[in-house]
Design a protein around this ligand. Structure first.
Ligand code: ACO
Length: 422
């Protein structure tokens, strides 16, 4: 096959290079198109636009494949852990024992917040949405580390700030949650491991025994969320990072993008939807009809995905983790029955089948978080903690390549032509 594509516009013919990925993905490189022809391409929602070449995550939506640095998500979820997966994403290879211990230690030792930072957190109203708190607090950290505002960080500084953000965002989330419960903050205990430590920082002294299997299920959830190539929040991180903004501001932007209910905010929206169905008598079929009705704005939250058009491999693993956690905690949740009923009906309904709408990563995760005792408005914060290493890895890849340019899409102007001011 030729290494270029020919585009004919009227009498003009231009040749555009073809770029191939290591998994035989193909792209037409249109960077010279405007210079050659005066035309741009228009692609609302970036349905068919590649924004970068990346060696971090491969996914094939038709086949339901997700791999981090070549490793299938199923294998990582089975045998790895979140900190190890974070090292893999950040550095490209699985760490050896020494590298793993060193990064783990770095995350724990940097999980403390600066001395006066709690005063900032304590200024938020207790009913503030935790995602707003996370985004603002992450940007606010920039004020305490002027030496880390330079986007040209050395390798050592990068490692430190990555570990610091992984530690501190966990602390911010736990601190704010405890404040809403009128409880004092609990310090990180490095001996527990990332997920169990976080559960301890949330629930210490509240009479909850934090079971190893349950902490393990949360660790798996974090791994499943760790990266997902150029999704909305990751693209936001890359766009902000491309302006050479500092890393705190950049990650804060990623958190804001994740908050939306069409993206990470869907996990909160799913649970609210299931609760509403339950409160209205549990008739999930009625809600399925609402989701199909084009005159009704209701969507089946946790269903559908821009890229996965067969199944979301993460949803399969999460469904299993959900059963484990509910059994272990001996929780009987009517919402799980509603969720299973909705899934069963939707998967055989023409509307959903024709549009390739399947449960996504958010469909069952909320039921797990609820069983763990995490409040609904904290669900997307859990996603933040999981996605953080992916954002950091994508930022690093962007910054490490000096050829990367500031992100600056074009537009087709559709407003008034020139008119005179009176
Ligand atoms: N319920 C009902 N109909 C749906 C749903 C849904 N959840 N999702 C898509 N559709 C329908 C659309 O109405 C559209 O129908 P049409 O062709 O008759 O107009 C068709 O399926 C295609 O939908 P789009 O919105 O064009 O698909 P897009 O790829 O732009 O959106 C998205 C993907 C945003 C995930 C969408 O499926 C959705 O809104 N899902 C619910 C929210 C959700 O769960 N988001 C989490 C995604 S995973 C993540 O970000 C972590």
């Amino acid at each position: 096959m030729s290494d270029s594509a020919k585009l004919k516009i009227g009498d003009q013919e231009v040749e555009l290079p073809i770029i191939k990925g290591t998994e035989s993905e193909k792209a037409i490189d249109i960077r010279s198109l405007r210079a050659q022809t005066g035309y741009i391409t228009l692609d609302n929602g970036f349905m068919n636009t590649g924004s970068c070449e990346s060696g971090i995550t491969f996914l094939n939506g038709e086949k339901g494949i997700l791999r981090y640095r070549g490793y299938p998500i199923e294998q990582l979820a089975e045998a790895s852990n979140f900190v190890e997966v974070s090292c893999l994403l950040l550095n490209g290879e699985l760490p050896n024992k020494e590298e793993y211990d060193s990064f783990n230690k770095l995350v724990s030792s940097h999980s403390k917040l600066p001395a006066s930072f709690n005063e900032i957190l304590d200024r938020f109203p207790k009913d503030a949405h935790p995602m707003g708190v996370m985004a603002s607090a992450t940007a606010a950290l920039s004020g305490f580390y002027p030496e880390l505002l330079n986007p040209e960080l050395s390798a050592d500084e990068q490692e430190r700030v990555f570990a610091q953000l992984m530690g501190q965002l966990k602390t911010i989330a736990a601190h704010f949650y405890r404040r809403t419960q009128n409880l004092d903050p609990v310090s990180s205990d490095p001996s527990l491991g990332y997920a169990k430590d976080f559960l301890n920082m949330l629930f210490h002294g509240q009479g909850k025994d934090i079971d190893d299997d349950v902490a393990q299920a949360l660790d798996v959830l974090f791994m499943l969320h760790a990266d997902h190539e150029q999704n909305c929040s990751t693209s936001t991180v890359r766009v902000i990072g491309s302006s050479h903004a500092n890393l705190f501001a950049t990650i804060s932007g990623g958190i804001s993008a994740l908050w939306g209910p069409l993206h990470g905010g869907a996990n909160q929206a799913v649970l609210e939807m299931l609760e509403e169905i339950n409160q209205n008598g549990g008739d999930h079929k009625k809600y399925l009809e609402k989701a199909k009705d084009k005159n009704d704005s209701f969507r089946l939250m946790g269903f559908g995905h821009r890229v996965y058009k067969n199944f979301d491999p993460r949803a399969k693993i999460i469904k299993k983790a959900c059963d484990t956690v509910l059994t272990k905690l001996n929780v009987q949740d009517p919402l799980l029955d509603i969720a299973k009923g909705l899934e069963e009906e939707a998967l055989k309904d023409d509307y959903f089948v024709q549009r390739n709408l399947y449960p996504n990563v958010d469909f069952y995760s909320g039921i797990i978080y609820k069983a763990l005792g995490i409040p609904t408005n904290m669900f997307t914060v859990m996603f933040v903690l999981g996605r953080l290493p992916g954002w950091l890895a994508q930022w690093k890849e962007l910054r490490d390549n000096p050829a990367n340019k500031i992100a600056r899409p074009r537009q087709i102007y559709s407003g008034h032509t020139e008119r005179n001011y009176k």
